[in-house]
Design a binder for this molecule. Structure first.
Ligand code: ATP
Length: 315
């Protein structure tokens, strides 16, 4: 169990993390979601004892990282895949990590095998691609067979094959009953990787809920095509709907109508005698939900008393 409680981290004038409280439970992948600069890396660095909190606590199984015996056996982290000494081989890098944490040497070959690096174990890590470096970072995180994992933007810069692989690996770790926290600013990525979301903006908690709850919070929008699009646009706008003209990937123009139903749009078009060539409910993307919630966080800074929380919000 990983717990962050009333955590605040201030750098000079910047409140990178602002009174943040959440828990990460075992057995599911928890996505730690927020735009660039939201405070995700800072929170992870505090959890890992790399930065000291200004206030509040971050604990793993009830203890701060600095008080853990053999931390690699309790927490595995993948923060920056490129911190390996470039002239060391993958194997010697891992052996050095293992030795400093009282982990037997044979575990090194086990983890190299788990991440698919056995055949390049003696190669210089400096010559590794980003994908291979990520695998080596993951091997390091797995060395102590820990129960808790932290991944900071693990799919950044990876090719599609690497993304699918690392996503599968995280899900596998969670399925074994481990605690997995993975940060990302990629909302769609999180919707396919994570089961649960902790969403932050400007260092504050915005939502703490399942992915389904988060997306379910979205109001649905409608996509509509017609040979008489400008007229339809006018009719829908006059009915008070928010209409945005768009061009599809196929080059055909369509209208996006926010916060409504296909029935409502279809009825208005029929009433105006306008033929429709396409009418579909699209549902808001995670991106849209997130933007709406981040806007809420901005309003919060303008003066209300509590950050907006959504159903199933912070425990
Ligand atoms: N060592 C530091 N000194 C000063 N400011 C910092 C430091 N580390 C982070 N910050 C600031 O704290 C805020 C949060 O940064 P952080 O890196 O934690 O965000 P993030 O959500 O991880 O974003 P990103 O995905 O861009 O890394 C930012 O405004 C950043 O500029």
């Amino acid at each position: 169990m990983l717990r962050v409680e009333n955590l605040t981290k201030v750098f000079g004038q910047v409140r990178a993390v602002d009174n943040l409280t959440f828990e990460v439970r075992p057995g599911v992948v928890t996505g730690f979601l927020g735009p660039n600069g939201a405070g995700k890396s800072t929170t992870m660095r505090v959890i890992l004892g790399l930065d000291r909190p200004t206030a509040g606590t971050a604990t793993i199984n009830g203890r701060p990282y600095r008080d853990l015996d053999h931390p690699l056996r309790q927490v595995g982290a993948l923060l920056d895949a490129r911190w390996v000494h470039p002239n060391r081989s993958a194997r010697s890098h891992l052996r050095w990590m293992a030795a400093s944490n009282g982990i037997p040497k044979r575990r090194v070959d086990e983890v190299l095998d788990l991440v698919g690096l056995s055949t390049v174990a003696t190669k210089r890590a400096g010559g590794f691609s980003l994908g291979m470096s990520q695998r080596l970072g993951l091997a390091g995180a797995l060395l102590g067979d820990p129960h808790t994992f932290l991944f900071d933007e693990p799919v950044n810069g990876l090719d599609p094959e690497g993304i699918v692989w690392i996503r599968g690996f995280m899900r596998h770790l969670a399925a074994e009953g481990r605690t997995v926290l993975v940060s990302s600013h990629l909302l769609n990525e999180m919707s396919v990787t994570a089961d649960h979301l902790v969403v932050i903006g400007q260092g504050r908690l915005i939502a703490d809920c399942s992915v389904t709850e988060f997306t379910g919070h979205a109001s649905s929008s409608v996509r509509v095509r017609s040979p008489r699009l400008p007229e339809l646009h006018r009719v829908l706008a006059e009915a008070g709907l928010a209409v945005t003209p768009n061009i599809g990937p196929d080059g055909r123009p369509f209208l996006s109508v926010a916060d409504t139903t296909t029935e409502h749009v279809g009825d208005l078009a029929a009433w105006a005698g306008i033929a429709l060539h396409e009418l579909a409910s699209t549902g808001a993307s995670l991106e849209e939900v997130f933007m709406a919630m981040t806007a809420g966080a901005v309003q919060y800074h303008g003066g209300t008393d509590h950050p907006p929380q959504i159903a199933g919000g912070p425990r």
